[in-house]
Design a protein around this ligand. Sequence first.
Ligand code: 9D3
Length: 239
Amino acid sequence: MRIDILTLFPSMFVGPFDTSMLKKAKDNLLVEIYVHDIREYTFDKHRVVDDYPYGGGPGMVMKAEPIYTAIGDIKKDLRTKVVLTTPQGRVYNQELAWELARTEQLIIIAGHYEGVDERVTELVDEEISIGDYVLTGGEIPAMVLVDSVVRLLPGVLGGEEAAEDDSFATGLLEGPQYTRPEVFEGMSVPEVLLSGHHANIARWRREQALRRTKERRPDLLEKAILSQQDIDFLKKLED
Ligand code: 9D3
């Protein structure tokens, strides 16, 4: 997969893509990531990338022309998906991450200021928000997309199994986890985890996941795939 990011702040992307899993994915040639400075696609003397909004109002709007030129330069073919990060977009989730992960080339326009000239959206396949809170720009959302997509690529996690076993893939939150020591500040590790009884451990973990999901994210339970045993356990929790 190839990912191209269009941004006014290319330096923001330097650290995050050279660390940890993303670095490994790049080193192993599973993904190519290119960060492009939108200002490089201006051809006027002052290299202007933003301007005042028609009709007035606060803030600045990103100009259409540099972004339009950049996409024309970078886009490989009709299979390329062009994404714009914007608070007005479809709210991001794991399903959409899988959708993006299936494309050959992903171009992400990181919005900034009050937004981009509406005529750019003509070239955009998907407008995406990462959630209902206010950020200063679309750069961090662009990084969120890259991180969530790259880890789904075949070969990145050491097989796709780990990605498919994710809590959002099974539809449940994960239960509690423990590591050494066995007793910490008077708090013990649950007995069952020390028992070596793998079937009991698996059942206990499943029940903890069900309990926690019911408590914190009951909305997830509606879509989760549950066995009769799961349903019986959840019913038991109510009394
Ligand atoms: C006048 C109202 N504006 C400021 C409160 C709206 C506004 C414009 C641009 C609010 C935030 C931004 C910058 N944010 C993004 O570009 C953005 C974003 C976000 O803020 N939250 C969640 N997802 C995203 S994706 C892009």
